[in-house]
Design a protein around this ligand. Sequence first.
Ligand code: HEC
Ligand code: HEC
Length: 371
Amino acid sequence: MQNCLNTRVQKEFRQKSSFLAELRALYSSGDPSKWPKPILDPDAVPYFSEIGHLPEVSFPEDNPYSADKALLGKTLFFDPRLSRSNQIACASCHDPELGWGDNRTFSFGHDRQLGIRNAMTIMNSAYAKPLFWDGRASSLEEQSHMPIQDEREMGEHIDIATGKIAKINGYGILFEKAFGDKTVTKDRIAKAIATFERTIKSGTAKFDLFISGKADAYSDDELMGLHLFRTKAQCMNCHNSGYFSNNRFENVGTALLGETGEDLGRYLVTKKPEDAGKFRVPGLREAARTGPWMHNGSMTSLTEVIQFYSKGNPEYAQKRSTVHEGITLNSEKSTFVRLLDLTDQEISQLEAFLRTLTTKTERVVPPALPK
Ligand code: HEC
Ligand code: HEC
């Protein structure tokens, strides 16, 4: 009897380890066409591209890359003189040591007022389109003026901010190197900041090493997490491509309609009722260091995020409807989110995988501010 049981256990063990060995060989083969097929919803297929390395950043034709422009942009990004109080820089809320975010539920800005959304990282924002949780900015250039003017953020009129920069002599040479002459305009400020942001891209993560052939880079749990992400957990219906987002707007049941903290998300931009409660699918590279998570920072651990998906993104009945400007709006959750019933082990494997998409914190030396 004992012998017989032992043989069975050994057989199961052998089967499991040969399954893992096979998965490991396929995923680390360096050839994604050999990977097991993903489990996708038919409606997700048109917006799907396989996960993988981040592609090269492309710079727009009317704002090509130059090292001088990126340096000017970096200097402006760290310069609090763009704000009304001369105290708040972009880097106050997008701090390189905090994954270029601020690790707060809501950021505080001008006069220490709290914002209403969680600060996104600017890492890999070159791949995000459109920008913001609700997509209200169509390019990084356009986006860059918004926090300067936002009353709760930097609280300064863009023309006044531009005038202040123009009066700082030391900026002349930086603008000249970047644009050919010393003229400071709001358009040039936008172009320089956007160029700098496009250079803030994740380096090689453990995931990249593993899929390009370093078979022993992953533990068994990380490997299983990758496989679950592409199959049973169906995360790739939305989080796909090298950026781990299809850049679409989806409702995953986080909008709290009719409750304190209600956020209509994409609806505020499009005014289409079906967009109520939709947010841009965020990329997941670096996600492990940009908590708390979701547009409202409501989730304080990755485990909590994955448990929420596992339960099929439950929304309380009383939080699914609201009246906004006389219009009744309902939260229509994406049909891609459904009960997954993941085991505790699967949840921790998914989390282990997500952590392999994160790179080490780099210490960035803030540039000297021109006088
Ligand atoms: C007071 C804090 C604060 C300051 C200052 C601030 N931001 Fe942000 N940033 C945020 C928040 C919060 C969001 C998300 C807002 C939303 O989606 O509605 C955000 C979003 C962004 C995004 C969008 C990223 C994406 O993936 O869509 C970019 C890019 C960005 N900020 C760049 C900047 C730049 C450039 C500056 C300076 C000119 C700046 N921020 C200043 C808090 C701040
Ligand atoms: C229907 C599309 C969809 C699916 C499927 C999906 N997500 Fe998301 N995910 C989103 C959206 C949209 C958000 C942002 C929601 C918000 O801000 O309220 C998000 C947010 C997240 C965040 C937080 C990121 C941040 O920076 O705050 C993580 C982590 C995450 N998802 C992981 C997963 C995992 C793991 C799976 C699979 C179990 C998954 N997602 C499945 C659309 C999806």
